[in-house]
Design a protein around this ligand. Sequence first.
Ligand code: CMC
Length: 437
Amino acid sequence: MTQTADKAETFTLTDNRTGKQVTLPVMKGSTGPDVIDIRKLYAETGCFTYDPGFTSTGSCESQITYIDGDEGVLLHRGYAIDDLAEHATFPEVCYLLLNNHLPNAAEKEEFESILRRHSMVHEQLTRFYSGFRRDAHPMAVLCGVVGALSAFYHDSTDIEDPVQRKIAAHRLIAKIPTIAAMAYKYSVGQPFMYPRNDLSYAENFLYMTFGTPCEPFKVNPVLSKAMDKIFILHADHEQNASTSTVRLAGSSGANPFACIAAGIASLWGPAHGGANEAVLKMLEEIGSVDRIPEIVRRAKDKNDNFRLMGFGHRVYKNYDPRAQVMRKTCHEVLSELGIKDEPLLDIAMELEKIALSDEYFIEKKLYPNVDFYSGIILKAMGFPTSMFTVLFAVARTVGWISQWKEMIEDPVQKIGRPRQLYTGETKRSFVPLAERG
Ligand code: CMC
């Protein structure tokens, strides 16, 4: 087939096999590339499209997050991520993602109070933890416990009821830090800490993670500010693998707790949320600055499947705007903690410098992404590597649930069901066991 751009609002495809033409509508967003509406393509041509990895396929209409990967722009409901990270708090960003506007003072207070009131988990849910091996990866625990929420909160699983949808969203955002902190506590054998309503969202998470019942825990304001920023930077990122997983799971009518558990599973992989853990492991393996050239050589070698973790992005072909904020936050945290010589940071900065001036990375537009610096900050704050992706999941829960709500409320949404290019055997006769070679 060949394509020709038609006047303004349509796109014409010519089937070179038959000479038949099909004209498809072009949809326009408020900004960003136009979209060719191919919903009638199969009916009119008998052909499907082929797009593994969805590199050219829009799966939905959305008003939540906009990314211009070439320019390194990320907007939530129109607000730039660096502005939000600088001036807003994470609960304000949650409210924004859910409601399409920043809260005024009264709305902010009410929303924060709702989150506080929902932050405890059902007491029986705590028993789930003892069913896991002590050395279970906290992402495995998170996935299981979040999925189990649907067995506890029956009054917010009716997806047809807008009030129940809202309550489910609030419950998930409020409880996920508690569940994540409990996963950590279980892994180190310490008692679970109940949430404290006098603390902010980020402070409370640090308290539930690092506090113990034996002594008062004072939250360091620089660290809680950094935690809040890290949450903001990970809050949403439009139709990435985990968000698309949540939408696809939700498109069948599954309840929101089950859908978020599916998102957590998808986030776990090293090409997605697992990259922050993989970056730190990579930096530790590099071990010293003089080994960087060898590592860069490996990353460029076509016959070696090693990749520089924390570099490259499907959408950003420029510096990830989240990485810029993360880099600054990293220096603030290390300075607050009095860490002057952090060999991993030295390796990271040298690696970034070398990679950014290397022809291979320049040509392929491989820049540091959000995960490149986050691991160093989280390690300095005292989180074990295995918790890094869990923190990503805590922050992304608001993005997932906002996208899920938008999908449920979208009148054109239907069950997600991709097509395929079948290249297997065509119909053949059954061979009885005795006749099989
Ligand atoms: N190191 C070395 N080469 C790379 C890297 C890398 N990190 N990333 C991509 N390339 C090369 C790749 O080999 C390919 O080369 P060629 O065209 O010669 O075959 C080219 O760049 C394009 O790569 P791709 O795999 O087709 O690109 P993609 O859009 O499918 O993958 C990615 C995006 C993020 C999975 C990939 O860049 C990657 O694996 N990066 C490392 C993992 C990582 O940091 N992930 C975190 C992403 S940001 C957090 C999040 O949103 O989840």
